[in-house]
Design a protein around this ligand. Structure first.
Ligand SMILES: NC(=O)c1ccc[n+]([C@@H]2O[C@H](COP(=O)([O-])OP(=O)(O)OC[C@H]3O[C@@H](n4cnc5c(N)ncnc54)[C@H](OP(=O)(O)O)[C@@H]3O)[C@@H](O)[C@H]2O)c1
Length: 204
């Protein structure tokens, strides 16, 4: 599998790339700045390019830019996108020491799917960059989307990242719940001084 990670210079993209390279996945780190992409990629042992160039010949692109930049980046790269796009971003707001989902009624991933001409899937929101960098986290990972092939691809990628299961969570509209779950995890981590992940029980 060939995977481009747009905004792969951030903590999440770096951790994802590190884990995927360890699993023999061909990874290209994307950035707005090709020099930054190359420097980060050299540390990880993969290739680094400008976001647009990173998309050539890929099986899957991961949109791992800062959540506030996700829709603008989708606009910026839409003409270069040929593969399905995996959105991992959660838009959160913080008030009174707690996190909560933003009030928008549509998931960020659904809004991104209106911008690009390729299938959009969403997932990996509950995977903390810090844990992913160190080892395969002992937790499950959830992916949703409307396009069957794109979702299967994203589930294959997700299965490489955790020692738990990669779980099909349903259609893209479910992304609103997956993105919102990040607020739950952030609040649990704060309250319990923990590094929480997700485990679904009762699946055969
Ligand atoms: N951190 C986690 O544990 C975690 C877990 C699950 C999901 N996520 C999601 O993964 C994504 C990345 O998380 P992160 O913590 O790595 O984020 P981040 O460090 O804030 O941003 C990642 C990259 O986004 C790019 N970027 C920042 N501002 C931009 C802008 N205005 N326009 C275009 N690109 C911009 C930067 O890359 P360049 O400057 O090199 O272009 C930056 O290195 C987020 O959407 C987050 O919701 C994070």
């Amino acid at each position: 599998m060939k995977v481009a990670i747009l905004g792969g210079t951030g903590p999440f993209g770096r951790s994802l790339a590190t884990r995927l390279v360890a699993e023999d996945v061909e990874v290209v780190i994307g950035s707005r700045d090709p020099e930054r992409a190359r420097a980060v990629a050299a540390e990880i042992g993969c290739i680094g390019l400008r976001n647009e160039a990173a998309l050539a010949g890929m099986d899957l692109a991961v949109l791992a830019v800062n959540a506030d930049a996700a829709t603008a980046t989708a606009h910026a790269v839409r003409d270069w996108l040929r593969s399905p796009l995996l959105s991992v971003a959660s838009e959160l707001e913080f008030a009174g020491g707690t996190a909560r989902p933003r009030a928008d009624t549509r998931a960020l991933a659904e809004r991104i799917s209106q911008i690009v001409d390729v299938p959009v899937v969403a997932g990996l929101h509950s995977l903390a960059a810090g844990k992913l960098a160190r080892e395969k986290p002992d937790e499950d990972v959830l992916v949703c989307g409307n396009d069957r092939e794109a979702k299967e691809l994203a589930l294959r990628l997700a299965a490489l990242l955790v020692s738990g299961r990669a779980i099909d969570a349903g259609p893209l509209s479910v992304a609103r719940a997956l993105e919102g779950m990040t607020a739950v995890i952030v609040n649990v981590n704060r309250a319990y001084k923990a590094h929480a992940g997700i485990r679904l029980t009762g699946i055969g």
